[in-house]
Ligand binder design. Structure first.
Ligand code: ADP
Ligand code: MG
Length: 210
């Protein structure tokens, strides 16, 4: 198993495919809780990355993350575009000069999630994509401390992401457009949590085969 940026074209293709397959379902969710443009925003970001996927594969991880963050910043509108670009730019900053191990990645991921919380002025439990990113980060930190084998981490991290996405169903939205709905937001999964989970699961599938 080797996690090198050479995997990026396959990863970006897999993410684009999973989002395309689930586009209608995500749009239906975002029409309930948001303004219905979430899939378009995510797809605009992925399309920008598709055009650069071969160039990205020649870079070191932190440089590739930096490039991804900058591309998403200019290509994607909406709250999610800003949040994902913040995430990748912070990941790049934290990862500078580091070798990629489970330990170093868990540490960088935690810093990037902190930056995401600051940017969104939000925490887990508010029915957003943070309800996937925060439990995934907590799990990665714990997996690194326990020195779990990568194969186990990949299986479990996908389960954590799915549980996080599902947890948004019974949450009250207090951030983003969905907060205007108040109690009517109950009973619906957050679109941003759904796309985050789908992309994490697609990433895991690629890494499992690497
Ligand atoms: P917009 O809300 O600007 O239309 P998108 O539709 O692309 O942007 O993204 C909406 C998703 O972004 C939501 O489903 C939610 O998961 C996430 N989101 C929105 N606001 C915040 C925030 N303040 N903190 C964290 N996540 C947020
Ligand atoms: Mg929207």
């Amino acid at each position: 198993m080797s996690f090198e940026p050479v995997l990026l074209p396959t990863i970006i293709e897999a993410l684009s495919a999973i989002i395309a397959q689930n586009a209608e379902e995500v749009t239906a969710l975002d029409q309930v809780l948001g303004d219905g443009d979430h899939v378009t925003n995510v797809q605009r970001g992925l399309a920008a990355l598709m055009t650069q996927r071969e160039a990205l594969s020649d870079l070191a991880w932190p440089v590739a993350w930096q490039q991804i963050g900058m591309s998403l910043m200019s290509a994607v509108g909406g709250a999610s575009g800003l949040l994902y670009s913040t995430f990748f730019l912070s990941l790049a900053k934290a990862g500078q000069g580091q070798d990629l191990t489970l330990n170093s990645f868990a540490e960088c991921f935690a810093q990037a999630v902190d930056a995401l919380k600051k940017r969104g002025k939000s925490e887990a439990g508010e029915k957003t994509l943070l309800d996937v990113f925060v439990p995934v980060s907590v799990y990665l930190t714990s997996a690194a401390e326990r020195a779990l084998p990568v194969a186990v981490v990949l299986t479990e991290v996908a389960e954590v992401a799915i549980a996080g996405m599902e947890s948004t169903r019974d949450m009250l939205a207090t951030k983003g457009r969905a907060s205007f709905l108040e109690a009517r937001s109950l009973g619906h999964i957050d679109a941003g949590a759904k796309t985050a989970q789908l992309m994490i699961c697609a990433l895991v599938e690629v890494l499992k085969k690497a």
